[in-house]
Design a protein around this ligand. Structure first.
Ligand code: PEP
Ligand code: MN
Length: 270
């Protein structure tokens, strides 16, 4: 990885990114919320539930990169207004995906962290644009990319003068079909050797199955991840996207308690 100038661990020991009152890279961050923003009531209900359970930030897609053009594509601008209101009411910082270079500048007014999704990881125009914005960026590893490719994509953002990049392992495609993707937890330890950027894990997309999410969250926390991003829905069976992998608020609350007690042990190791 000698070609990396800015993302390399050789350039600095650690990056800490301040979002709201959390320091990502120093504090363990839990981001939770629905896959898609569906309505104001749905978003507010989930936001309060995850906040009560200990989440630090709210996730929710307003622009959805769907495999089929006939699937729900998200509420767009209306969804971002819902997120803005929800942040105002609950105080939770917002993470939401940006799909298009034309939306970067105005979306910065509505969100605290811009998510670049797995399908756009190597969209170099988008990487340059989020780089110019200076906003914290959550960069998800694509399902078919190596760690070197992921780090080169982070390098694009850093090279535009934006040091605020959070990497996210969300599962890669393998021959296994039982899980939606194969969650590569070795990526966490490997990225820690290679880069100073914070690394979080998304066991929701990583497994595609709600029943597997808790175990993979705990494993990610034990492996040294800087945080987790978890899909939660008040009524998963009614969710407009990714219903199979969403936890209920009750399941999320029970999991958050276990994650926080595991973190106490993990902090003792370092
Ligand atoms: C998401 O976070 O809802 C999402 C679409 O994730 P990914 O880009 O990892 O598939
Ligand atoms: Mn999703």
């Amino acid at each position: 990885m000698d070609h990396l100038k800015l993302a390399s661990i050789k350039s600095r020991p650690k990056t800490v990114i301040e979002v709201g009152n959390i320091s990502i890279g120093r504090d363990f961050v839990i981001i939770a919320g629905p896959c898609s923003i569906e309505s104001y009531e749905q978003t507010l209900e989930i936001a309060w539930a995850v906040k009560r359970a200990g989440a630090h930030m709210l996730r929710g897609g307003a622009f959805k990169p769907r495999t089929s053009p006939y699937s729900f594509q998200g509420l767009g601008m209306k969804g971002l207004k819902i997120l803005e209101d929800t942040r105002e009411i609950t105080g939770l910082p917002i993470v939401s995906e940006v799909l298009d270079t034309r939306d970067v500048a105005w979306m910065c007014e509505y969100v605290d962290v811009l998510q670049v999704g797995a399908r756009n990881m190597q969209n170099f125009s988008l990487l340059k644009e989020v780089g110019k914005s200076g906003k914290p960026v959550l960069l998800k590893r694509s399902m078919q990319s190596t760690l070197a490719e992921l780090l080169n994509c982070a390098e694009y953002i850093l090279n535009e003068g934006n040091p605020n990049v959070i990497l996210c392992e969300r599962g890669i495609r393998t021959f296994e079909t039982y899980t939606r993707n194969t969650l590569d937890l070795s990526a966490v330890a490997a990225l820690k050797e290679l880069t100073h950027l914070p690394v979080i894990v998304d066991p929701s997309h990583g497994t595609g199955k709600a029943s597997l999410v808790p175990a993979m969250c705990l494993a990610a926390a034990a492996a040294g991840a800087d945080g987790l991003i978890i899909e939660v829905h008040a009524r998963p069976e009614k969710a407009l996207s990714d219903k199979e992998q969403a936890l209920t608020p009750e399941e999320f609350a029970a999991l958050a308690t276990r994650i926080l007690s595991l973190r106490k042990f993990v902090e003792g190791w370092s």
